[in-house]
Design a protein around this ligand. Structure first.
Ligand code: DX5
Ligand code: ZN
Length: 215
């Protein structure tokens, strides 16, 4: 199966955000990956609803929102209102994950769960059949431009086996440190959606980088 590519707008140039969004619109990329950070769950703050409004105005591809925030239930309906097609919450931030997943689905968005590098894939075995997506973090969340953690490859393969053994059909997304040197390994291990921030927006030619990461 051909994998999907979701460029992360965290690495875009915010002084010319509309142009970077147009670049993705006109490219072979599939989704916009949108990183929301609250300064509590992760040691960084990214952007909030006013910026999402601008993204929603220009983006012509699905919006894949990755919530790195505590207590996401408070804002899930708002993220949907701001155009989210997929809403992914962190396992580590949700004590009542089943309820949170049902809330996401009740808005009409697809529901994903992200796992930090230290969180075993096996913790999802009793919720996997309710999920549309599992997001394997291949860096510690909070910043773009970090180095890919090699152990993630083995974890992607294990996650694929857990999904296969379940009645559900969740897809696997992988996020962090993915570039032209490692994306094939990630896809071969079972990733169906790959996120790339720096590898796209810090490239000399972002459109070429997108073509490369889709090859
Ligand atoms: C990290 C974010 C990632 C990040 C990816 O917390 O979730 O989506 O923007 O950026 P790169 O591809 O540069 O690691
Ligand atoms: Zn992300």
């Amino acid at each position: 199966m051909k994998h999907l590519l979701a460029p992360s707008l965290l690495s875009a140039d915010f002084s010319r955000l509309a142009e970077d969004i147009q670049l993705v619109n006109q490219s072979k990329a599939d989704w916009f990956h949108i990183d929301i950070m609250d300064g509590n769950f992760v040691p960084n703050i990214s952007f909030g609803f006013p910026v999402l409004k601008a993204i929603q105005k220009y983006a012509q591809k699905p919006l894949d929102m990755h919530l790195m925030i505590l207590d996401p239930d408070r804002y899930i309906p708002m993220f949907r209102d701001y155009g989210a097609d997929t809403i992914t919450v962190h396992y580590e931030a949700c004590p009542h994950l089943h309820r949170t997943i049902q809330l996401i689905k009740s808005t009409g968005a697809k529901a994903g769960v992200a796992l930090n590098p230290h969180t075993p894939a096996e913790v999802l075995s009793d919720i996997i059949c309710d999920l549309d997506m599992v997001l394997i973090m291949s860096v510690n969340p909070g910043f773009g431009g970090q180095k890919f953690i090699p152990h993630s490859i083995e974890k992607i393969a294990r996650t694929a086996n857990i999904i296969k053994a379940s009645p559900g059909s969740a897809s696997i997304e992988v996020d962090g440190g993915i570039d032209l040197s490692n994306y094939k390994k990630v896809v071969d291990a079972g990733a169906e959606i790959i996120v790339a921030g720096n590898a796209v927006f810090a490239a000399v030619d972002p459109l070429q980088a997108i073509i490369g990461l889709k090859a």
